[in-house]
Design a binder for this molecule. Structure first.
Ligand SMILES: Nc1nc2c(c(=O)[nH]1)N[C@H]1C(S)=C(S)[C@@H](COP(=O)(O)O)O[C@H]1N2
Ligand SMILES: [Mo]
Length: 543
């Protein structure tokens, strides 16, 4: 009885594995994002309550997606075990259960915002049919000889005494129930074959899915970023302090934080990519290619990007040198006017290839700041994870209201008419970046020795600029920190403070004041809806 359930559970596991492997292969023929785990994962992300999502970004950071996928796999494993155990007794019901999950996956895949065809259901459905079929068949092996014909009973399975005398089978129904009444060989052969075939199919699917990105990779390799018509001024020498453990003034691409909802990083082929600009007040609707953007006059700017999900003291902020097309110029060519000049649209909604929507005030984009369609980041084409081929960057606004990656559509509309993705999920419609400062060194719980301890970090108030940074030791007075040279008001600023550390436990607190004269508020708020506020502190013990 328990053995039957156990073998059934094993069959369920194999069926689930073969279903996912098959789905992987079919998704390579449809599109990678249509695979069930990705589709269900995407649907889960979109439906995750904002507090939970915020918590996941905080706890797991860029690994949040890995955690989610592992979670989905854990749930699927459990379901497969249960359905398998069920199938050992009721094989039609167990197999039908597998089919049901295929339907769930298929519905999830076709309902993704980037799904354009019912074909997206195919991987889930075909996978489930294969998995259900395998489970049905394996469960059949388990029962093949539950009630064996006496004539079919192999001689060797009869109990035989040492003298070679065959004992008569005992006609005992209870005993009959206990004996291994199943096709052991058939099951083992089938199970092994299914496991091996699934692994082969899955690996083939994986590699085909990987190969699909080759055109995109090739198109990225072919990009040569032209010299900008308007170069960024050289970073002042004093902008980067030579202090160990301070965030480098320019954040290397591989260290740049990543926050998005994409379970599979979109790999867009730049040669077929187009951006459409349309909507209210657009008198000349425009579609531009990547090559056309590269031929336009480009600007190069250092801009510090920040995520609204960044907690006080958190890591989701980075500074890069972006090169791209001034968005205001392109919009003006399309006939767009900001609301202050009588334009009918106050919201610009950017749409990405993966269905993300991000709304930005048209006024901000056209008020003279260097809002851009970025094509390059720190001297190279955008990395895929950061939006290749084109993304938006707007100085002064959190990423969720400005920095659409993998952009493919810009629609001019109004805040009244349309709520983009995050706004539908409790986040604010408008979200300028709050003035913030962070202590990078020493870290909390560090144990420096008495004497001079270099306290240092970064402060940012994009598009307003940092005017002053102050440090407080315990409940002492605020003391002016040394500020590194300012690059631009759109970039962060390093600061340092040589602290005469005395022994014992101490709390170090930092605050910044921006160039409008406003000092970073001490009032602690969470990240939802428009960014965390409060002061960053670290607690250290001086030995
Ligand atoms: N297509 C797309 N663009 C997106 C997002 C997203 O989820 N999808 N996230 C936004 C958010 S919340 C932020 S903070 C920035 C982060 O950009 P980065 O990952 O390059 O640092 O991208 C923005 N652009
Ligand atoms: Mo963000």
């Amino acid at each position: 009885m328990w053995r039957l359930a156990g073998l059934g559970a094993l069959s369920g596991l194999l069926a689930g594995y073969s279903a996912l492997a098959t789905a992987e292969l079919v998704s390579a023929a449809v599109r990678p994002e249509s695979s069930p785990v990705i589709a269900v994962g995407g649907a889960a992300i979109d439906r995750t309550p904002t507090p939970v999502k915020d918590w996941a970004i905080r706890e797991f950071g860029t690994d949040d997606k890995l955690v989610l996928q592992l979670g989905i796999l854990a749930v699927l494993t459990l379901l497969a075990l249960v359905l398998g155990a069920l199938a050992a007794r009721y094989r039609s019901i167990g197999s039908a259960g597998v089919l049901l999950f295929g339907v769930v996956g298929g519905v999830a895949a076709t309902n993704r915002p980037d799904s354009t065809s019912v074909m997206d259901a195919l991987p889930s459905v075909v996978g489930a049919v294969v998995g259900a079929g395998l489970l049905y068949w394996l469960a059949g092996r388990l029962r093949a000889r539950r009630h064996p014909e006496p004539a079919e009973e192999p001689m060797t399975e009869e109990p035989v005494t040492e003298e070679g005398i065959r004992l008569a089978p005992v006609a005992n129904p209870a005993h009959d129930h206990e004996r291994p009444g199943w096709d052991r060989r058939g099951f083992i052969v089938a199970a092994t074959a299914a496991a091996a075939a699934s692994t082969g199919i899955g690996l083939l699917g994986r590699s085909l899915n990987g190969a699909r990105g080759q055109n995109a990779i090739a198109s990225r390799n072919q990009v040569t970023l032209p010299a900008p018509a308007s170069a960024a001024a050289p970073v002042p020498k004093g902008a980067a302090l030579r202090i160990k453990d301070v965030s480098p003034f320019m954040t290397p691409n591989q260290d740049f934080y990543r926050v998005d909802t994409a379970l599979v990083v979109p790999r867009v082929d730049a040669t077929s990519w187009r951006l459409r600009i349309h909507g209210k007040g657009v008198t000349r609707e425009t579609t531009v290619s990547f090559a056309e953007l590269l031929r336009m006059p480009l600007i190069e700017r250092n801009i510090t990007l920040a995520c609204v999900s960044n907690e006080v003291g958190g890591p989701y902020v980075g500074n890069a040198r972006w090169i791209g097309v001034r968005l205001a110029d392109l919009l003006a060519q399309c006939g767009v006017k900001p609301p202050s000049k009588g334009g009918p649209a106050d919201q610009l909604v950017a749409r990405s290839v993966d269905g993300m929507t991000i709304g930005t005030p048209v006024e901000d984009v056209m008020d003279g700041r260097d809002a851009m369609l970025a094509l390059g980041m720190n001297g190279e084409p955008l990395p895929f994870a950061h939006g290749f081929p084109v993304r938006m960057v707007v100085p002064g606004l959190y990423g969720f209201v400005s920095a659409c990656k993998w952009i493919q559509d810009i629609e001019l509309t109004t805040f009244d008419d349309y709520d983009p993705y995050w706004v539908k999920r409790d986040w604010a419609r408008k979200a300028p970046i709050k003035t913030q400062s962070r202590i990078d060194t020493p870290k909390s719980f560090a144990r420096p020795t008495t004497g001079t301890v270099m306290v240092a970090g970064v402060a940012w108030a994009q598009h307003r600029g940092i005017d002053r940074v102050e440090l407080r030791v315990d409940d002492g007075p605020w003391q002016q920190a040394d500020l590194a040279a300012e690059d631009t008001r759109d970039t962060w600023r390093q600061w340092s403070f040589p602290w005469k550390a005395t022994s014992g436990g101490h709390t170090l607190t930092v605050r910044a004041t921006d160039r409008t004269g406003e000092t970073q508020t001490r009032k602690r708020t969470g990240t939802v809806p428009d960014g965390a506020s409060g002061w960053h502190s670290v607690v250290v013990t001086v030995d």
